[in-house]
Design a protein. Structure first.
Length: 160
């Protein structure tokens, strides 16, 4: 069975969407998403309208997180996702996260393996996040350090 890797990341913006103080972040989103879509290993990203609906649904999985910025995407494996995260505009944008995100509430990441034809939703992402927070990194569900280890393992590099 072919498996793919899902990544769900989220954080709470310091200011509401549309506030000029996060304009730089908002302006970069389309470009970052376009780079992801052209990146080797990229398969799918939750469409903006579906993500907007999930982020603003008062009864949804992000209801207790106003001003959330999040992405949910599927990749062929850890190595291509890790390359995108660390070697593209995405890395530069995240380096400036202190000016856009609430301190201590940015860059949350959870990754998990799924069957190749599966397309997750935000509720699944939050459930995986809660599991990661309770159990820590496993082979099946992991955060940023686990992503790096998995990427290194896929490329045959030492993980120590």
């Amino acid at each position: 069975m072919t498996r793919h890797l899902v990544e769900f990341n989220f954080g709470t913006l310091r200011y509401p969407w549309g506030d000029p103080r996060i304009a730089g972040f908002e302006a970069a989103l389309d470009q970052v998403n376009a780079i992801a879509a052209r990146s080797p290993g990229f398969i799918w990203r939750m469409p903006d309208d579906a993500m907007d609906a999930a982020q603003t649904n008062p009864d949804g999985p992000l209801a207790d997180r106003p001003n959330t910025a999040s992405t949910l995407s599927v990749w062929t494996g850890a190595a291509p996702l890790y390359r995108f995260v660390t070697r593209t505009l995405h890395a530069r944008i995240m380096a400036g996260r202190a000016q856009w995100f609430v301190p201590g509430d940015s860059g949350f990441l959870v990754c998990w393996w799924v069957p190749a034809d599966h397309r997750p939703d935000v509720a699944e992402g939050m459930a995986r996040w809660r599991h990661l927070m309770q159990a820590g990194d496993t082979y099946e569900i992991f955060g940023g350090k686990g992503l790096q280890r998995a990427a290194l393992a896929e490329t045959g590099q030492k993980t120590g």
